[in-house]
Design a protein around this ligand. Structure first.
Ligand code: HEC
Length: 126
């Protein structure tokens, strides 16, 4: 029994070490999978009415909670998967809705890829 547990701990240890220490393992779905050009098209059509074409939020818009600044370090600091999930499932009790029925997974990845370009631009000219 004891020996068997030791073996298990070893295997788990190797797995953890592999993920933590090894070359950065690519997320299964990541923004690099998406196409920022088609993402931009989708973004302008469905997201820009709240978030603005530049991602900073439509000025003067009155929502219960103001749209997040998509160029901010706060949003750009999230993992691709977290942004995907937020767009896919929305943010409960805010005007940020779930897009899983309107957009395919592929389209959401395209949008995530486009969101990354907004971050890159704001870094270049803050
Ligand atoms: C009806 C207006 C509206 C539309 C349309 C909309 N959003 Fe949002 N979005 C919001 C608001 C409001 C928030 C801020 C929610 C909060 O944190 O209170 C938000 C937050 C976000 C966030 C940050 C969420 C977080 O975890 O803080 C992301 C990323 C985002 N939106 C992406 C998108 C994308 C991509 C689209 C298009 C597919 C989109 N939004 C469409 C209103 C909108």
């Amino acid at each position: 029994m004891c020996g068997r547990e030791g073996w298990l701990v070893l295997v788990v240890g190797i797995l953890v070490a592999g993920f933590a220490g090894g070359p950065k393992v690519k997320e299964l779905g990541s923004a690099e999978k998406g196409d920022p050009v088609s993402g931009r098209e989708i973004y302008v059509n469905v997201c820009s009415r709240c978030h603005g074409v530049d991602g900073k939020g439509v000025r003067g818009i009155r929502l219960v909670s103001p749209p997040a600044d998509l160029t901010s370090a706060d949003v750009q600091g999230r993992l691709d998967g977290a942004l995907f999930k937020r767009i896919h499932e929305g943010k409960p009790n805010t005007p940020m809705g779930a897009w899983q029925h309107a957009l395919s997974d592929e389209e959401i990845w395209d949008v995530v890829a486009y969101l990354r370009t907004l971050g890159a631009e704001s870094d270049a000219n803050p």
